[in-house]
Design a protein around this ligand. Structure first.
Ligand code: FAD
Length: 392
């Protein structure tokens, strides 16, 4: 496995480090204290765009490109570094977000150009979003009830979505809906719903225990017309399976990055815990040493899994097992690190105004988003005993 960093990626990591220290960490702490996301018109987002951030990985030629040399491996390493400074602020960054992967996996050239093109060289902040989850359908995505009814020239969508990152500020949202709930996953289709579409509304920012710097939003679709040209993977019968399998495929490319974010957050806990132990004369304590060593060991092993899953993705080789392993193990290691960090800080952590305590609240979500740890374990177990890959 080639893990060498090219110069361009090295420079990008250094820039993230500078930005993280000077802006991301302070903004994340402020959002946590205020209990609300950074507003869409925050000058920080303008600065990011001016720095050339908030762009799509899609170069405009074929599939993903332009990730700075190294494709998914670069994405994974940048994700880890950004989350080290603040994962909530990292998700608030302008860009196509989780909507990019289904567009790359399922979109036609024309659709990629229309929806990802504005993210190639934006002159102001733009966001994209992905809305799969519903009040009654989280892990079991086959249970989604948002309906897509065929009408002349397109579809009419009705339903409720929840916890979609950056949805209320997004130019478009990739929405998964079903043409017939009785068909289960066979009935799923992915639509790009554009901002301002009549019937798209009731945006409500959810109250979260952590990661407060970005908005997780619920919204409704009521008689919302979406033209045929916004249906991903086309409208012909041969694309029947594509909605659901496309979602799964896209998660295999984003899960290693989510897992790497957990590694970054765990690293931040480790560094803070070491600094605290040093400042309080605790580094000679065997109890403290044991906790710090356990944190580093598990985080380092997790990072290798993330990189391996990403490396396979870059080679366009099957990586579902490795993506699930990374996603099952890294958030658990980061949560374990956060618990150990809380123990090292002791009653200081209990005051609720330390970075370690914030990370303790932030990190739990990493085990939940894009397939919980339990679901990853089910996926891996089914592979082990030779059952079909889908859960359910
Ligand atoms: C911070 C945050 C951001 C998010 N961002 C997005 C987003 O941008 N877009 C989006 O669409 N969604 C998003 N989500 C939603 C997320 O994908 C779901 O929360 C997740 O899929 C879990 O679904 P659920 O919360 O309904 O829990 P449930 O599916 O109801 O699960 C509850 C518990 O039961 C366990 N469980 C469920 N099924 C099984 C089973 N078969 N066997 C064993 N255990 C099981 C789960 O592991 C979990 O512990 C976000 C969630 C959070 C917390």
């Amino acid at each position: 496995m080639d893990l060498s960093l090219d110069d361009r990626l090295r420079q990008r990591l250094l820039r993230v480090r500078e930005l993280g220290r000077s802006e991301m960490r302070p903004l994340g702490l402020e959002a946590d204290r205020l209990g609300r996301p950074l507003p869409a018109d925050h000058p920080f987002f303008e600065r990011l765009v001016a720095l050339g951030l908030g762009r799509t990985r899609w170069s405009g030629e074929g599939e993903a490109g332009g990730a700075g040399g190294g494709g998914t491996r670069a994405v994974v390493q940048l994700a880890e570094e950004m989350a080290y400074w603040d994962r909530g602020v990292a998700v608030a960054f302008p860009g196509p977000g989780l909507g990019e992967a289904p567009l790359l996996a399922l979109g036609s050239e024309e659709q990629r150009e229309r929806f990802l093109g504005p993210f190639r060289s934006p002159d102001r902040p733009h966001w994209g979003a992905l809305a799969m989850t519903e009040p009654g359908a989280g892990s079991d995505v086959a249970a989604i009830r948002s309906r897509a009814r065929r009408v002349d020239g397109g579809f009419v969508l009705d339903g409720e979505k929840s916890f979609a990152a950056n949805a209320s500020r997004a130019d478009w949202i990739v929405v998964f809906a079903t043409v017939d709930p009785a068909l289960g996953r066979e009935g799923h289709r992915a639509f790009v719903v554009e901002r301002g579409s009549p019937g798209l509304g009731n945006f409500h920012v959810e109250h979260k225990m952590g990661l407060k710097a970005y908005e997780s939003t619920s919204f409704t679709l009521r008689d919302c017309f979406v033209p045929d040209s916004n249906l991903l993977a086309g409208n012909d019968p041969s694309a029947r399976r594509s909605g659901f399998s496309g979602a799964l495929r896209s998660f295999n490319s984003t899960r290693p990055a989510i897992a790497a974010m957990a590694v970054g957050m765990g690293r931040a806990v480790l560094d803070e815990s070491v600094a605290f132990a040093r400042a309080h004369g605790l580094l000679r304590s065997i109890r403290v040493q044991d906790r710090l060593e356990r944190m580093r060991r598990k985080l380092r092993a997790s990072r290798w899994l993330c990189l391996r899953a990403a490396w396979l993705a870059d080679l366009r080789r099957e990586n579902q097992l490795e993506a699930s392993m990374a996603k099952a193990i890294a958030p658990a290691a980061a949560l374990d690190a956060a618990v150990a960090g809380m123990e090292i800080l002791g009653e200081v952590a209990g005051r609720g105004d330390t970075l370690v305590e914030k990370l303790f609240r932030d990190v739990k979500a990493m085990d939940i988003v894009e397939g919980t740890g339990e679901i990853q374990r089910i996926v891996m177990a089914r592979r082990l005993v030779g059952l079909p890959r889908d859960t359910g």
